[in-house]
Every structure is written in structure tokens, then in C-alpha cells.
Design a protein around this ligand. Structure first.
Ligand code: DAH
Length: 356
């Protein structure tokens, strides 16, 4: 039994003496492991008389427990010491400037789209979405586009293969079919814009087979051409940030509006430099008009009760003019250098309050 007291104090001392976690683990194995000192000694208990065995067994168990407890305590304090040492060593200098990180940029199309949403949102428009793959009715027929209209020609339009029943879908050639869907699905008053992707079989410096438009539609009982003009003047001035931007409403023709007007903004081109807002020249930027009664009727809206206006704008063109981007094709080349130059920081969400 004397031996046991020695063993106990020896092991506890060794636990205390362990200066790191590895050393501590070595002591644990030496004491409690399969071939450890306590384990080995406990195996000899079988040689003792039953009375002594019971007493010795209890004593061994107490030592075992004491050593195990001491190891746990030592472990905790070694852990803490290691953490303290690391904290002392790894100082964070909060005064250092941040490392440069690669931040992605917003594409000018996305930015322009957000600007449109901010401006029209302020005027009470909500955003509607349609389908990229449209049917003939929504893309053409309901919009009063006659069969001989050039927009319907194979050469200008991406048609899907014909179905068995003779119908075929088309990649929408404009955002105007969203007008139809809005009028079919809601009862007036309606006040929406529908920004999105559109497709035509065109490809040159000023045309891309995939491009973007934003459609606008207002329908209620009293909306008239004065409202159309007011909304579009307000929009152009806010978008280009030119307070007294001159606008010209030029009579035009669209099958789905009557009367129709194209809208030009004032600009100058002197010295080969395009300047928006001032000058003697005009630049066409959008199409508009009062919704044709036939279109209202095609959507089940009573044209003797309701009326309103619509407009359609090319988003690329707006972005090119506002941000001085000379070539339409570069929008889709996914050139990172171009994005770095023309892109916008993601956190710079346009809002009317902060300015566009
Ligand atoms: N959908 C026409 C186009 O793609 C643009 C347009 C013109 C839309 C006049 C309209 C509108 O809503 O009233 O050329």
C-alpha cells in the first residue's frame, strides 16, 4: 500500500510536469493505457486474498480517477496557455488598409434596367414579366400586327419548329406581348413596365440577335395623350439627368397604337461629339402611342370604357447614349476589361433619392 501512495504522487507529479499536450498524452498512456502502470498493477490483484483484493481494488480505482481528473485539468490549462500564446503572437493590426479584393461589376444593361425600375417605380409603375418564348397570338395577332407585316417574316424572326397542329412558337421580337398578358390577366387600372430580353434575326454594329427592351403600359378610364407626354418627358429628363432636356413627339405608325409617336431627344453632334440635352439635332429613343381599341378588345377590355398609352424603349441604346458605349456588340462579348471599365459597383443601386 505504501507503494500505491508513491505511485499516486509520482503520476500526479508527472501530469503536472507535462509542458505541452503531447507530453501530457504520453503521461496518460504511461499511466492509464493498456500497458500503463496502473493497468499493469491492477492485473496483479488476482493474486491477492479476496479481502485484500477488494481494498486494493478500491484504492487503485481512486488513483485511476485522481490521475484521470488531473490529466483533464492539466489539459484545459495547457489549451488555455496555447491559446494565450497564439493570441499574444498573432496580433491583428486594425489600422492596416484592407487588401485589394476582386469585386465583380454590374453589367451596364443591368444597371440601366435598375435605373428604369427606379424612375418608373417612383411614378407608380410596377414590374411585369412575360415569356421569352411566345405564341403567335401574344407576339403578333393580339397586337394587331397583320400577316404581311415585316416583323412576321422568317428572315427577321426566330421561329420554333412547327407543331403538329400547325402552330409554332417564336422568340419574342419585342416586349409588347407582355402588354397583352397584363391586359388579359388584370382588370384596369393597369400601370406596368416590362423590362426584358427580346430576339430578332439581326446582327451588325447596331443590331444584336438578342437585346433588351422595356415596355410600358397604362390603362384606365381617363388616361390621355397628355399623360403619355408627361410620363415620357419626366422619364427622359430623370434618366439622362438633364432638367430641361428638349423632347420631340414625332407622328409615327405602330399597328398596336393610334395615334402613335416616336420620341426624340435634343442633342448636338458638333465636332463629332454627341452631347445630349443641348443643340440643334434630334436623336430617336423610343416608340409610343395610345393603345389601339382593337388591341384592348383583343384582350377582352371594353374600349368604350377604357383607354391608355404604351411605349417601348431599347435598353442597349439608352445605355450606349448615357454611358458613352460606342459599339453594341461589346455588351455581349463578356470581356472582363470592358466590364471593369463600363461596369458598376454592385452596391451602387440606383435610386431616385440618391440620384441616378
Ligand atoms: N414594340 C415596338 C418595337 O419593338 C416598340 C413599341 C412602339 C412599343 C410603340 C410600344 C409602342 O408599346 O407603343 O419596335
Amino acid at each position: 500500500m505504501d507503494n500505491l501512495e508513491e505511485l499516486r504522487s509520482d503520476l500526479l507529479q508527472r501530469v503536472e510536469a507535462a509542458t505541452d499536450l503531447d507530453a501530457l498524452d504520453t503521461v496518460r498512456v504511461q499511466a492509464l493505457g493498456k500497458k500503463g502502470e496502473i493497468t499493469q498493477r491492477m492485473k496483479t490483484l488476482g493474486n491477492l486474498a479476496p479481502e485484500e483484493r477488494k481494498e486494493a481494488g478500491q484504492a487503485f480505482n481512486l488513483i485511476k480517477q485522481a490521475v484521470a481528473d488531473a490529466i483533464e485539468t492539466r489539459k484545459a490549462s495547457l489549451h488555455e496557455a496555447a491559446l494565450e500564446a497564439r493570441l499574444a503572437e498573432e496580433k491583428v493590426d486594425v489600422s492596416l488598409p484592407p487588401r485589394p479584393t476582386t469585386i465583380g461589376k454590374m453589367h451596364p444593361i443591368s444597371q440601366t434596367l435598375e435605373e428604369l425600375v427606379a424612375i418608373f417605380g417612383e411614378m407608380g409603375f410596377s414590374v411585369a414579366e412575360g415569356h421569352h418564348i411566345e405564341d403567335d397570338f401574344h407576339n403578333f395577332t393580339a397586337l394587331n400586327i397583320p400577316p404581311e407585316h415585316p416583323a412576321r417574316q422568317e428572315l427577321d424572326t426566330f421561329y420554333m419548329p412547327e407543331r403538329e397542329d400547325g402552330t409554332r412558337s417564336v422568340l419574342r421580337t419585342h416586349t409588347s406581348p407582355v402588354q397583352i398578358r397584363a391586359m388579359q390577366n388584370t382588370t384596369p387600372p393597369i400601370r406596368i413596365i416590362a423590362p426584358g430580353r427580346t430576339f430578332r434575326a439581326d446582327h451588325d454594329a447596331t443590331h444584336s440577335p438578342m437585346f433588351h427592351q422595356v415596355e410600358g403600359l397604362v390603362i384606365d378610364e381617363k388616361t390621355n395623350m397628355g399623360h403619355l407626354k408627361g410620363v415620357l418627358i419626366e422619364f427622359c429628363r430623370a434618366f439622362f439627368g438633364v432638367k430641361d432636356l428638349p423632347l420631340r413627339f414625332r407622328p409615327s405608325y405602330f399597328p398596336f397604337t393610334e395615334p402613335s409617336a416616336e420620341v426624340d431627344i435634343g442633342c448636338s453632334r458638333s465636332g463629332g461629339q454627341l452631347k445630349i440635352g443641348a443643340g440643334e439635332d434630334w436623336l430617336e429613343i423610343l416608340g409610343s402611342g395610345m393603345v389601339h381599341p382593337k388591341v384592348l378588345e383583343n384582350c377582352g377590355i371594353d374600349s368604350s370604357k377604357y383607354q391608355g398609352f404604351a411605349f417601348g424603349i431599347g435598353i442597349e441604346r439608352l445605355a450606349m447614349l448615357k454611358y458613352g458605349i460606342p459599339d453594341l456588340r461589346t455588351f455581349y462579348e463578356t470581356d472582363l476589361r470592358w466590364m471593369k471599365h463600363y461596369g458598376f459597383l454592385p452596391m451602387e443601386m440606383p435610386s431616385m433619392v440618391r440620384g441616378l
